[in-house]
Design a protein around this ligand. Structure first.
Ligand SMILES: Cc1cc2nc3c(=O)[nH]c(=O)nc-3n(C[C@H](O)[C@H](O)[C@H](O)COP(=O)(O)OP(=O)(O)OC[C@H]3O[C@@H](n4cnc5c(N)ncnc54)[C@H](O)[C@@H]3O)c2cc1C
Length: 481
């Protein structure tokens, strides 16, 4: 059986559905593919903070690519009210919001090089953008009740950074997509099909063939499996791995929840500890981030223990006596150079819209609008070319800076888990980690160095190390040709 569409979007997460919606509203015959329960999706496990400034780190501000990402998040955050309001004729969309602003706290946990510096970077970025924020008394943050040794030192309130209920958002996106004339196909794509020298469509797991002039791969970290069916393109596009993350929904024992998001800056390779209100007596606690060669469907016990321990010690002690409603697992789409993959591949008609890592949900309305424009042959208002999929590795930092970040973040994971060592031992560990990571980076390639979390994970996962080598070699051949 064969069906025809103008565009087929592979992936029914926040990005795929949003792109489908914009295209359908523009009169395009578009189908969105994906199993209804969204196995492995990042979007469903997300706290769904619409976080622009809360996500800022010193590293982000150091490079032009990082600055661009910040700017996009800023632009996207301004689109959210109208975007939410457009999803249903019966609601102005504010019912999807779960939080009123964000408290960013700097607490005693972690490292000054990461936590304090990132806290300062957030303030710097807020000032640069002229965005309003208020310092608040760290001892007086509503709902916060950490153990004394994890007390906050400073805190600020970001009145414009909210959060949405990710599950309800996905339901509403799908309803809006169907109402706009889009077609939902509850199946996965297994293969991209070619017709001559361009994209012809996809084949589904049932064997159904969908023909389409444009196929957009937006299946999150699982995109790699579909892209691998086009080997010549897979070789020259940075592979996707998973930033596997665990989050938890907790029904609070005292049936309370904070009014705002309460979070730390991003820290120790992860997205910072955050608690997001989900109704009057439930909170979302997130999130871990571990680089994994393949998407994961289940949570490791160690990650659950770590996450909940952080929540109980650093945010609210009585969370430990509350009901664990659900453990959620999601896979952030992470390209080997850590940057988004947006635009057409070298096979005409085959597009990618993924690699958004930690902040894909925030970027949704902007990326959906812009990707729809370029697929329809229009100019983009943002420079999507920066992140075109076929590219040599983007490397915003020098090797020495990357090694330094890797060492600092590895050390931070120790301090975050409250390790207790003789006072001089961390200096020795740091020294040897620096030697080891420098050697690993030198062995990879004379020029390219992967981002810190990939450098660290390449030591553990040999398949990631091999993918990095292959991609670096292919990039050089492509440049030479
Ligand atoms: C724990 C966690 C917390 C996060 N918190 C935030 C946050 O607060 N704010 C923020 O902005 N971002 C956050 N993120 C990141 C954000 O979720 C992602 O960047 C973004 O949602 C990715 O969306 P996506 O649609 O590209 O991919 P996904 O949400 O992963 O969706 C991909 C979909 O494609 C489907 N699929 C897979 N294979 C196929 C196939 N072969 N054919 C068809 N469909 C397929 C999957 O089942 C899935 O439903 C978080 C991520 C995690 C894991």
């Amino acid at each position: 059986m064969s069906q025809a569409h103008d565009v087929v979007v592979v992936g029914n997460g926040s990005l795929g559905l949003s792109l489908g919606l914009v295209l359908a509203r523009r009169g395009v015959r578009v189908a969105v593919l994906g199993r209804p329960h969204r196995p492995g999706a990042a979007s469903s496990a997300a706290g769904a903070m619409i976080g622009t400034f809360g996500e800022v780190t010193t590293t982000l501000l150091k490079s032009s690519h990082g600055r661009t990402k910040l700017d996009w998040a800023y632009q996207a955050s301004k689109l959210w009210p109208e975007w939410l309001a457009s999803l249903s004729p019966d609601s102005d969309g504010t019912d999807l919001l779960t939080a009123d602003g964000t408290i960013v706290m700097l607490n005693t946990v972690g490292l000054p090089e990461i936590d304090t510096e990132n806290y300062r970077a957030i303030r710097r970025a807020l000032s640069e953008y002229g965005e309003r924020f208020e310092d608040v008394d760290a001892e007086d943050v509503d709902w916060l009740d950490p153990e004394p040794t994890a007390r906050p030192l400073q805190a600020m309130f970001l009145p414009h950074e909210h959060a949405v209920n990710a599950h309800s958002l996905l339901v509403r996106l799908e309803q809006a997509f169907l109402a706009a004339g889009g077609v939902v196909i509850p199946e996965q794509a297994v293969r991209v099909d070619r017709v001559g020298d361009r994209t012809g469509g996809v084949t589904l797991e049932s064997g159904t063939v969908l023909s389409a002039g444009h196929v957009v791969l937006a299946a999150g970290s699982a995109t790699q499996a579909v892209l691998d069916t086009v080997p010549d393109q897979a070789a020259v596009i940075p592979r996707l791995v998973s930033g596997y993350g665990v989050s938890a929904l907790v029904d609070t024992i005292d049936q309370t929840a904070p009014r705002s998001v309460i979070r730390t800056p991003n820290r120790a390779f992860a997205c910072g500890l955050h608690v997001v209100p989900r109704g009057s007596s439930q909170v979302y606690v997130g999130a871990t981030n571990v680089i994994s060669p393949q998407p994961r469907r289940t949570a490791l016990v160690s990650d659950v223990l770590f996450l909940l321990d952080c929540g109980v010690r650093q945010v609210r002690r009585n969370l430990g006596r509350s009901d664990l409603h659900r453990i959620q697992v999601g896979n952030r789409p992470v390209a080997l150079d850590g940057m988004p993959l947006l635009g057409e591949t070298g096979l005409p008609g085959l597009w990618m819209m993924t690699g958004t890592y930690r902040d894909g949900l925030t970027l949704t309305p902007l990326l959906a609008r812009e990707m729809a424009a370029v697929i329809l042959g229009e100019e983009s208002t943002i420079d999507l070319e920066l992140f075109r999929p076929v590219r040599p590795p983007i490397q915003p930092l020098s090797r020495a800076e990357i090694v330094n970040d890797t060492v600092t973040h590895m050390m931070a994971t120790g301090y975050e888990t409250n390790w207790r060592l003789p006072v001089d031992l961390p200096l020795t560990i740091e020294h040897y980690l620096r030697l080891a990571y420098t050697r690993i980076a030198d062995e990879f390639d004379p020029v390219f160095t992967p981002p810190p979390e990939l450098l660290a994970s390449s030591r553990i996962h040999l398949s990631i190390a091999q993918s990095l080598r292959d991609y670096y070699a292919a990039s050089k051949t492509a440049v030479a040709v």
